[in-house]
Design a binder for this molecule. Structure first.
Ligand code: CTP
Length: 400
């Protein structure tokens, strides 16, 4: 990991208190940090806090004769090899998106040639407002700018929804993500684990999926700088740090949660969930009692979540998984085309030491015009390599 010169812009919002921790963590990672605050930010945190944590004087005003003599806005813009604005308020986004340069921070952003990352933070209604979304669209189309977040969740004002600033640790992960194969600023949705389809209040149909591959991919994608939503069926794994975990039980719930996550914004969709292909036609209201020697259960087909998301006009980059026992290449390529996927990861579950419930996996990845095999290795190690390959393919497809 390379040490960087980071200019941290802090704008006016309650999330500014998290930026103090951000400075501490960036310094701990070995980066040099200088802080510029807007007037709004000073209403929430004092410059002294940032000065103490960064070990550098904090700049607040554009017209500051003392500072201009030493380190003016042009020098600061040239000094930084990364500008991070956290929190980025709705007001800052509006001014910056429209090319304003009416305070020190927007002036530096206009003058720098380095990448600029914004971590928005605001009330959820302000985030959803069409003017904010219009400014967001301008920023998303700007090749110098990357958006980190916002996250969903409880807000200081009591609302719940999108608009929370990413946690300091998540921002540091994005800063530290290796250049080249990283997913910084990308939004990744991953499905994982089994689904459960109820027969009656006490029984259900499920499978042996442990969720380990999906959870390992979520962790690896987050470490590569992505904003990760993990939609998981019932498993016994701990939630990976910094990942937005949403639990579901049935295939129908998985479909709904996947649609909602893609609506919120998704660049890459990875389906590792072992979805029950069929569910009982009806779920008995009361426990089914023993009767004759045989009973039969009528099953109906479940929706295919991967194929449904892939069929959307705004479909993200789609990655499927296929568990096969024979003719791996033929079946995997068939699924790749049939489900309109960008990549498919096929694992040979006929081998006893890999696959379901095991800590190991061995896979071959196929995409239109290419393939790559990964011999047996830990799911955690494999996840890191798969994320790097997915990031490479994603970039290649976008560049076409
Ligand atoms: N998948 C899904 N929704 C389903 C079924 C599968 O999203 N209802 C996804 C899985 O998460 C996986 C891929 O589709 O990424 C697997 O495709 P599928 O055709 O179900 O593979 P197999 O289960 O191997 O299918 P088959 O039984 O036809 O071999």
């Amino acid at each position: 990991m390379s040490q960087r010169r980071i200019l941290l812009g802090v704008t006016g919002g309650i999330a500014a208190y998290k930026s103090a921790e951000l400075v501490r963590l960036l310094k701990k990672s070995g980066h040099e940090v200088r802080v510029v605050m807007t007037a709004g930010a000073e209403a929430f945190v004092t410059p002294m806090t940032f000065q103490a944590l960064s070990g550098e004087p904090v700049r607040t005003g554009l017209l500051d004769p003392a500072a201009e003599a030493g380190m003016g806005h042009i020098e600061l813009a040239k000094w930084a090899d990364l500008v991070v604005v956290a929190p980025a308020s709705a007001d800052f986004m509006a001014r910056f998106a429209n090319g304003m340069a009416d305070d020190l921070l927007t002036t530096i952003c206009s003058a720098t040639e380095s990448p600029i990352a914004l971590a928005p933070a605001m009330n959820q209604a302000m985030w959803k407002n069409h003017r904010t979304q219009r400014n967001l669209a301008l920023l998303q189309a700007d090749p110098q700018v990357t958006l980190w977040g916002p996250a969903l969740g409880d807000q200081a004002c009591g609302d719940t929804g999108p608009g929370r600033m990413l946690e300091a640790l998540d921002i540091v992960d994005r800063v530290n993500a290796p250049a080249g194969s990283d997913l910084a600023g990308r939004r990744v949705v991953i499905t994982a684990g089994p689904t459960r389809e109820a027969i009656d209040p006490v029984r259900y149909i499920t499978n042996h999926s442990s969720g380990k591959m999906g959870y390992a991919l979520a962790e690896a994608a987050r470490r590569a700088g992505a904003q990760v939503t993990l939609i998981s069926g019932p498993v016994t794994l701990a939630a990976p740090d910094g990942v937005d975990l949403r639990m579901i039980t049935t295939a129908a719930e998985l479909l709904k949660a996947s649609g909602a996550a893609v609506d919120e914004g998704c660049d890459i969709f990875i389906a590792t969930a072992a979805v029950a292909d069929y569910r009982p036609e009806t779920c008995a209201e009361q426990k089914v009692k023993k009767s004759g020697e045989q009973i039969s259960l009528s099953l109906v087909r479940n929706p295919d979540i991967l194929a449904t998301v892939a069929a959307r006009p705004d479909a993200p980059f789609m990655v499927g998984f296929a568990a096969e026992t024979s003719d791996i290449e033929r079946y995997a390529l068939d699924k790749l085309t049939r489900k309109r996927l960008a990549m498919i990861v096929a694992n040979d579950v006929s081998r006893p030491e890999v696959g379901f419930n095991s800590d190991q996996n061995a896979v071959t990845v196929f995409w239109p015009g290419g393939q790559q095999s990964f011999g047996a290795r830990s799911k955690v190690g494999l996840a890191v390599e798969l994320v790097a390959l997915i990031a490479d393919r994603y970039r290649a497809v976008r560049a076409q």
